[in-house]
Design a protein around this ligand. Structure first.
Ligand code: GDP
Length: 255
């Protein structure tokens, strides 16, 4: 069982991040070599944790959110993509305060993108009030986060979509139509045979509503190059906001 970080002091809302004069435009274009994308993802470091939406710092750099039900494999996926053992944590403790964790990406201390790890949802033992709270936070985040460039929805294909996955798809569909990047990532693909995997992929393509769908296995390193390159492209395309140095909080203490 993995542990969840103790939330650090809430980061006060600030416009400093957005106004920092030291800007470096991201290199636009395609990412021809997966090694470049992997090297870039490996720079991931803790930026801040926000117990509530209003504690998220306003940022101008592109942000990619990872969402999914508890146990879908989100923490494993983030740790595998960034080649770090304990960057993302999963809390299996019902009712425990869950926060949005941000990780900076970019070489030489320059943040050119941010990963947002959103709380896993759907844990059966979580009280109804906590579930409703999650829905509000997630809905507001997805609808109002201005620098949100893309969303990765992690799904365990053996379980399919949960009710909250369906709600999430509804919420982001209009934003996907407006250009928000969207990837349905079918995790634990090593547990499927070829026919099952292909079937799950076809269904996920339909569900993605104009987004992408891929198979992923942290165990077999399947889909790693493709997803790394996709994230790089999403955040380095022409038109992506300029990179900016972002002050970092201390990583939260582990309990
Ligand atoms: P989270 O709650 O979404 O963050 O899920 P975790 O990353 O903690 O993963 C949940 C469980 O699925 C753990 O027991 C992982 O070891 C397992 N898991 C994650 N990814 C894979 C994978 O690619 N293959 C297999 N077989 N198991 C996986």
């Amino acid at each position: 069982m993995t542990q969840h970080p103790t939330p650090a002091q809430p980061t006060a809302p600030s416009t400093e991040h957005a106004q920092d004069p030291k800007l470096r435009p991201p290199k636009a274009g395609i990412c021809p070599d997966p090694k470049i994308a992997h090297g870039w993802l490996h720079t991931a470091r803790f930026l801040t944790t926000a117990p509530q939406l209003e504690h998220l710092p306003p940022l101008t750099v592109p942000e990619v959110a990872f969402v999914g039900r508890s146990n879908a494999g989100k923490s494993t996926c983030i740790n595998t993509l960034t080649q770090q053992k304990r960057l993302a944590f999963a809390s299996k403790t019902p009712g425990r305060t869950q926060s949005i964790n941000l990780f900076s990406l970019g070489k030489q201390g320059i943040t050119d993108a941010v990963l947002a790890d959103l709380p896993g949802y759907g844990y059966a033992a979580v009280p109804r009030e906590a579930k409703l709270r999650w829905q509000r936070v997630m809905g507001n985040y997805l609808l109002t986060r201005e620098n949100l460039r893309g969303v990765v929805l992690l799904i365990d294909p053996r379980l399919g979509l949960t009710e909250l996955d369906e709600i999430l798809l509804e919420v982001i569909r209009p934003r996907v139509e407006e250009g928000l990047k969207f990837l349905v990532l079918l995790t634990k693909a090593d547990k499927l045979n070829h026919a099952e995997a292909q079937k799950a992929l076809s269904i996920a393509r339909l569900q993605s509503g104009g987004g992408e769908a891929r198979l992923f296995s942290a165990l077999k390193k399947k889909g790693l190059d493709e997803v790394a390159q996709m994230l790089w492209r999403w955040t380095h395309e022409a038109g992506a906001p300029a990179a900016t140095p972002v002050p970092q909080d201390e990583p939260p203490a582990l309990d």
